[in-house]
Design a protein around this ligand. Structure first.
Ligand SMILES: [Zn+2]
Length: 415
């Protein structure tokens, strides 16, 4: 029984996917938020049909769904879903010109379209472990888009492999390629009834062997400040400038609990936008912590700063609101760790040393897990994501696909 996946097929697919510009757009209300994503979704729909997947469907909201029919008669096997997102981060241009650096020799990689963009083993320590691998980068002016097209490629590789090797026993596997993860709308329009799965895995992690079952818990906060307006020539003793109050608020926020000064398991308060004028001003923030207690403490810290400003400037009106964004998936997964344990075992069977780390962010699995579909995250090999120096090793993508094939078999064995 072969679990070894065809590398050249993976490489061709990956290069095809990253050439398409699929940046999502937070300012668009459409779903998917950009037409470029439709292009990749339609391509994946036709490729899934071509390799023989069943029930291939592209929904009106931009989800590609498909099935790998069961090869095992073991009726108790849970239905597993694999997820990867087709969009890329909006901050940098998409539409990469992929460059393949065959059998990487350890010397600096200079990106051809902007020689200032260089990857070296000194500045990119993980590259040292990849000597001998085939490394793929962009050409220097765009994202590569390995986040998450490496995940898309790994899923496609595993689907193709299982369809070509019906001797590998597994249950029903559902495939879902979704839009708009980077703008936190990846799962907004997915109906769990359409998906019809019992357990899911996102393919949206970095290091080979990495299986995540912890993410941040996340809240958003909005402070609306209403000042007092009057002609500045007659303003003495009357005007209350909302912009100055916003400045006071920002400088009073504890600077040590900011993203730029925290790492590991520490959370933060992060102002992301100030908008308005001297009369009315709005400050938007995001709050992050792995623990709900820590998140509550961050809400309290913001409230305390606002309470202080109300005393200093009673003529202004301060409206502070919080909203829940997502919760640490561990709160659900720790009740039944089997989906995580099988993923760790699958990575081991793919020849890797499995490990878990807490993601300083959320995944599409955050939403799915909270809605009742347990959904840990599996590595796909992407590196230096959201930068012009983004890269991926072809051999790491293959390990990701092989982990999925082992995982399919393991779930069937457990049933
Ligand atoms: Zn991603």
């Amino acid at each position: 029984m072969s679990h070894s996946i065809d590398c050249e097929d993976l490489l061709e697919r990956f290069c095809r996917y990253v050439r398409l510009d699929t940046r999502s757009d937070p300012h668009s209300a459409a779903c998917p938020s950009t037409p470029g994503q439709w292009e990749l979704l339609r391509l994946l729909e036709s490729e899934l049909k071509e390799i023989g997947a069943a029930d291939v469907r592209l929904t009106a909201e931009g989800y590609v769904l498909a099935t790998i029919p069961a090869t095992s008669k073991n009726a108790g096997t849970p239905r597993m879903a694999w997820f990867a997102h087709v969009d890329t981060a909006s901050e940098l241009p998409g539409g990469a010109k992929p460059v393949v650096h065959r059998k990487y020799d350890g010397r600096p990689i200079v990106l051809p379209d902007d020689p200032a963009q260089q990857l070296t083993v000194e500045t990119t320590p993980h590259l040292r472990e990849k000597i001998g691998h085939d490394i793929i980068t962009a050409s220097g002016t765009t994202l590569l888009g390995a986040d998450d097209k490496a995940g898309v490629t790994a899923v496609m590789g595993a689907v193709r492999h299982l369809l070509r090797h019906p001797e590998i026993p597994h249950g029903i596997i559902r495939v879902c390629f979704n839009p708009d993860e980077e703008i936190a709308r990846g799962m907004t329009h997915l109906k769990l009834d359409d998906l019809a799965a019992d357990v899911g895995y996102t393919l949206d992690g970095e290091d080979p062997g990495e299986i995540n079952f912890e993410t941040f818990s996340a809240d958003a906060a909005t402070l609306e400040i209403a000042g007092v307006s009057i002609h500045p020539g007659w303003a003495k003793g009357v005007m209350v400038n909302a912009l100055r109050l916003a400045g006071s608020f920002l400088s009073a926020l504890p600077a040590e609990i900011s993203p730029e000064r925290t790492a590991g398991r520490d959370g933060f308060i992060h102002p992301v936008e100030v908008a308005g004028n001297a009369d009315r001003c709005t400050v938007r923030m995001i709050l992050r912590d792995f623990e709900l207690g820590g998140l509550a403490a961050k809400r309290a810290a913001v409230e305390q700063v606002v309470a202080g400003l109300r005393i200093v400037e009673p003529r202004a009106v301060f409206g502070l609101t919080f909203s829940e964004q997502y919760r640490n998936i561990r709160y659900w997964l720790e009740k039944d760790m089997l989906p995580v344990e099988l993923a760790l075992e699958a990575a081991r069977r793919a020849g890797l040393t499995p490990f878990s780390s807490a993601i300083r962010g959320g995944t599409d699995g955050s939403n799915l897990t909270a809605r009742g579909l347990p959904c840990p995250n599996i590595f796909c090999g992407m590196r230096e994501v959201h930068s012009r120096c983004e890269w991926v090793s072809l051999q790491d993508m293959r390990k990701s696909a092989e982990t999925l094939v082992h995982l399919a078999e393991l779930w069937q064995k457990r049933a």
